[in-house]
Design a protein around this ligand. Structure first.
Ligand code: FES
Length: 124
């Protein structure tokens, strides 16, 4: 099963007005809706802070034994692309996604890769 972690506390530096949901929480809900609408097996996990606070909203693709891919500057419109990236990530052996396989709108929103301890494998 693929999992995508969404920070529900973004934007930490510009909190929502009273009674409004944080943009990160809105993104997480949009991801859940997109996953349900597409019959996706991607599980959307809501977390508080992914250490990408200066570049809200943030999400991470992470699985044991795979490269961690962190995204920032995400908006609600990125939900379908992020879901597609999570599905691609799930099919990889080590989490490596070739640039050509990454949804175009997300290519400039990758804010970090953690490869420590991940064995080499061919990307999708
Ligand atoms: S508050 Fe969202 S990454 Fe820190």
């Amino acid at each position: 099963m693929a999992r995508v972690f969404i920070c529900t506390t973004c934007n930490r530096y510009d909190p929502p007005a009273a009674g409004e949901d944080a943009p990160g929480l809105q993104l997480a809900r949009a991801m859940k809706r997109a996953a349900a609408a597409n019959g996706s097996t991607v599980a959307v996990r809501m977390v508080e802070c992914l250490n990408t606070c200066p570049q809200p909203c943030a999400a991470t693709l992470r699985e044991p034994g795979k490269i961690v891919i962190r995204f920032g500057q995400l908006g609600l419109d990125d939900a379908p692309a992020l879901l597609a990236a999570a599905e691609t990530y799930a099919r990889t052996a080590n989490g490596e996604i070739a640039e050509s396989a990454m949804p175009e709108r997300l290519r400039r929103k990758v804010t970090g890769l953690v490869t420590l301890g991940v064995p080499e494998a061919a990307s999708v």
